[in-house]
Design a protein around this ligand. Structure first.
Ligand SMILES: NC(=O)c1ccc[n+]([C@@H]2O[C@H](COP(=O)([O-])OP(=O)(O)OC[C@H]3O[C@@H](n4cnc5c(N)ncnc54)[C@H](OP(=O)(O)O)[C@@H]3O)[C@@H](O)[C@H]2O)c1
Length: 290
């Protein structure tokens, strides 16, 4: 029997995609392709077929993708960019050899319009490889994960009453992994969607002034936002003990926000999930009500 095959299923997004798939199709119609079969034992317990497929082992992927009705190719995690592209291209080549009729790929939102270059280039290269393969594809351009911003820093902002960075009045578009996973599962179970590019982004973006207001609202304590230069922001975060690589990444995103390139919005996610995406206010309220 042909099955929906999901890569990256042991990761945060992939797990949620499988959960949403299980709401729509029987476990016997799902297979996961994972590099660590033991880590995927919970799927096997549910009746999902677990196959060994490593992005660094093309033969394993060809076997893991065999008989797929659709293949979800979840992009590989952080690594040197060319190596990521190589893994994605290798997965696409393996899918071609396995005769996969439709690939669904998780790209990066607005990758072709001023997006964060180190990430966008990897995804655009993969999108071109998909086109070149001739395999019908659906590109799901996922926006920034909201969870990147739902972290212990929020309590730090509340305690100090201050958020300081270099994002200025710029906005950022985020969506929860769960909403992105629901949209992905929808595309996987529905007919159609071939040769489409969806910008899986929220219909509204948010700024740090708005985040400060939300934190004031949920904590009952005044939180303000102060914008500083990239250099001062970098110094402040390093002074607070954050690792240098992370600090450079965060400052680069803030700088893009300030330049106005991270606030693009789209209705594609809302249309696919059939409701408004979970807002940053809802995510923070859920966190503080736990
Ligand atoms: N939009 C955003 O803000 C954002 C942020 C971060 C990442 N991303 C991208 O979105 C992807 C999914 O996000 P996530 O949160 O689910 O990431 P994640 O939790 O790190 O999951 C990554 C998945 O990739 C698998 N993987 C890693 N190397 C592999 C290999 N050589 N062969 C086969 N599978 C391999 C991992 O397997 P193991 O469980 O065995 O490690 C895991 O299942 C990431 O990989 C990254 O490309 C997007």
């Amino acid at each position: 029997m042909s099955k929906i095959v999901v890569t990256g299923a042991t990761g945060e997004l992939g797990k949620l995609v499988v959960q949403h798939l299980l709401q729509r199709v029987p476990a016997s119609e799902i297979a996961v392709s994972v590099r660590n079969v033991e880590k995927a034992s919970a799927f096997a317990d549910l009746g999902i077929e677990v196959r060994y497929g490593d992005f660094e082992n093309p033969a394993s992927m060809e076997q893991a993708f065999a008989g797929a009705s659709k293949l979800l190719l979840i992009s590989s995690p952080e690594d040197e960019s060319i190596s990521r592209v190589r893994k994605h291209v290798s997965a696409i080549e393996s899918a071609k050899k396995a005769g996969v009729p439709h690939i669904v790929y998780t790209s990066f939102a607005f990758a072709d319009v001023d997006a964060f270059a180190p990430l966008a280039n990897v995804h655009l290269a993969t999108e071109f490889a998909l086109k070149t393969s001739g395999i019908p594809a659906t590109v799901l351009r996922n926006t920034w994960y909201q969870e990147l911003y739902i972290n212990p820093n929020l309590q730090g902002y509340i305690d100090s009453g201050l958020i300081i960075n270099s994002a200025g009045a710029g906005k950022i578009n985020t969506a929860t992994r769960d909403d992105l996973a629901l949209a992905t599962a929808t595309v996987l179970v529905e007919d159609g969607h071939e040769d489409r590019v969806y910008e899986l982004a929220s219909s509204e973006a948010w700024s740090y002034d708005e985040l400060a207001d939300i934190l004031s609202q949920v904590s009952g304590k005044k939180v303000a936002y102060q914008s500083v230069s990239d250099a001062d922001s970098l110094k402040g975060m390093l002074g607070a003990g954050l690792p240098e690589g992370l600090v450079q990444f965060l400052v680069a995103i803030d700088s893009k926000m300030a330049a106005g390139t991270e606030g693009h919005t789209s209705k594609d996610l809302e249309t696919l999930i059939g409701r408004k995406p979970t807002s940053i206010l809802e995510s923070i309220t859920q966190l503080f009500n736990k």
